[in-house]
Design a binder for this molecule. Structure first.
Ligand SMILES: [Zn+2]
Length: 297
């Protein structure tokens, strides 16, 4: 990664080869034309990102089984250690015993920046009492919780928003990033953002999805979140334009909604004001890293 590349991508998955193959197979089943290849290497991912101007990114992992947790967290540390421009996050599973200790190991021993959960793929409810030990530890360390939210119809799952509020209420010291910004519940995302100062949004995939919808709404109505998106679409632009200092953006590379170049093009398509684009393309993520992910002393 080169210094002249200013973009910060807040959502990348460099995973072990077996997991990458699984993810790529999954995305190709949904989007047969997707440019990803099953044997893509970490170096190729780095090159592809660099070609799009990405200089820094968040690497996100998540275990599908508890037994995978420790190896995956060590992997995340190793990927992050390969470049000063990669910020690695840890993860765990609902079956992980002593979630507070595993969280502490991630932050203190492995030097990871925070914890990420992908409850729709890991198949559990993240906003639940079972994760309180992790929330308490993150709050104690002032480290972030990054969590997948939204795309409910796509994943055929839902989340407990009442508990999400309780969690935000109970742990004001724990920064939280709602990945995909509760897509397509942009109205609720705005409400929560205004209520809880520790909250950030990540617009990964939401931007491409809104562009696709705007260009051909009919294709979305039954296939995905069409009806809910129609109800929320008016919140999208004001949310981004008025709250960009707390909104990040990433590609989900190598399994995003197209190549990274396509995804950055989707963002450009909206012609947001330059200051808003500057926030989404790096300024928010940089200040987030500075405020919440500095090395523990
Ligand atoms: Zn992702």
């Amino acid at each position: 990664m080169e210094e002249k590349n200013n973009t910060v991508d807040s959502h990348i998955h460099i995973l072990p080869p077996r997991r990458t193959r699984g993810l790529v197979r999954w995305i190709k089943k949904i989007f047969p034309e997707h440019p990803a290849t099953e044997d893509v290497t970490p170096d190729e991912v780095l090159d592809q990102l660099r070609d799009c101007g990405v200089g820094t990114f968040f690497n996100l992992v998540f275990p599908l089984k508890e037994e995978e947790t420790e190896d995956l967290n060590v992997w995340s540390r190793e990927i992050a250690a390969s470049s000063p421009h990669i910020t690695g996050f840890g993860s765990l599973h609902i079956e992980t015993a002593r979630k507070d200790e595993v969280t502490e190991r991630c932050m203190v021993d492995l030097g990871l920046a925070g914890m990420k959960l992908h409850p729709y793929v890991q198949l559990f409810e993240a906003f639940s009492p079972e994760f309180e030990p992790m929330f308490r530890k993150l709050a104690e360390l002032g480290r972030p919780f990054i969590v997948h939210t939204g795309f409910d119809i796509f994943y055929r799952q839902t989340q407990d928003f009442e508990y999400l509020r309780e969690m935000l209420e109970r742990h004001p010291e724990m920064p939280v990033v709602l990945v995909h910004s509760l897509f397509p519940r942009f109205g609720l995302a705005r409400e929560l953002l205004d209520e809880y100062p520790q909250l950030y949004l990540d617009m990964t995939n939401a931007v491409s999805a809104v562009r696709w919808y705007s260009e051909s709404p009919g294709n979305w109505v039954d296939a995905m979140e069409g009806r809910d998106l129609a109800l929320n679409i008016d919140y999208f632009r004001p949310l981004i334009e008025e709250r960009s200092s707390r909104i990040m953006f990433g590609t989900d590379h190598p399994v995003g909604m197209g190549s990274p170049a396509q995804i950055y093009d989707d963002l450009a398509w909206f012609e947001f004001p330059p200051e808003v684009n500057a926030d989404l393309l790096g300024r928010t993520a940089r200040s987030f890293l500075e405020a919440h992910c500095r090395p523990l002393t």
